[in-house]
Design a protein. Structure first.
Lengths: 79, 176
């Protein structure tokens, strides 16, 4: 496992590598986990928005033309 | 690996556009978590991060069907998050500025020292360092989020690293 340098070690004159910086940020700015309850709420919010959006799209669909309706009716009567 | 990641994102995007419930659940869980940790360090309080995360995800639901996939999904979502962060700061009183509103959230003394140093960085340097080293975005993704060329993003990162180095060498640099 990689040993995290102390803050004082980071002040040596060598330039940082990308790896140093990743370690630095992750050590001193811990990745903040999404709380479980918030994750659940966000998921529900997203799914509710998707459902609303799909409903809206469905109601915006154009009505079939009269020719299409006529063809559909003919096909139905022929069954 | 980057190619594999991009391919799985493209597949996820295709499913999102079809209104696939599982895909949206995956987006909320995986990308929501990534965006939340970024917001947590860019906004004054965890509550603000929650609000801006909700706004970002709702914006994603409405805009992803029109998204043409010209950038990665990660890039696209972080662009949305950045726009929502900008909206947040526009709604704040003029006196509220990012470096003064980061608060102590029970961090260790080294972490507090590091956070103090981050407060001194310019806003765009802090932003680019967080995206690269905390969230783990690639340079090309950062370039797309910020509307820069690849070289422009590299150059911004280089200046941000130099500024961070300056404050790590001398935490009092820039204090009057």
């Amino acid at each position: 496992m990689t040993q995290m340098p102390a803050m004082t070690d980071l002040r040596d004159p060598e330039p940082f590598s990308d790896q140093d910086l990743v370690l630095l940020f992750h050590q001193y700015l811990p990745v903040q986990a999404l709380p479980a309850e918030l994750a659940r709420q966000i998921t529900l919010l997203v799914l509710a928005e998707v459902a609303t959006s799909l409903k809206r799209q469905a109601s915006d669909l154009p009505w079939p033309s009269s020719a299409t309706l006529r063809d559909l009716l003919r096909a139905w009567f022929r069954r | 690996l980057a190619d594999l990641h991009d391919k799985s994102e493209a597949e996820l995007l295709r499913r999102l556009k079809c209104g696939d419930e599982q895909a949206w659940t995956q987006l909320a869980a995986e990308y929501g978590a990534k965006i939340y940790t970024y917001l947590w360090h860019r906004l004054p309080s965890p509550e603000d991060a929650e609000d801006v995360l909700s706004e970002t995800m709702v914006a994603a639901v409405h805009s992803i069907p029109k998204f043409d996939g010209n950038v990665t999904l990660t890039t696209y979502l972080f662009s949305l998050a950045n726009r929502k962060i900008a909206d947040f700061w526009r709604r704040q009183r003029p006196a509220s500025e990012l470096p003064e509103t980061l608060v102590d959230r029970g961090l260790s003394s080294d972490a507090l020292e590091f956070q103090e140093i981050l407060k001194k960085l310019s806003h765009n340097h802090l932003q680019v360092l967080l995206m690269r080293y905390h969230v783990g975005l690639r340079v090309d993704e950062i370039a797309n989020v910020l509307g820069l060329s690849y070289k422009g993003a590299e150059s911004l990162l280089s200046r941000a690293r130099a500024e961070l180095r300056k404050f790590l060498d001398d935490p009092d640099a820039g204090d009057d």
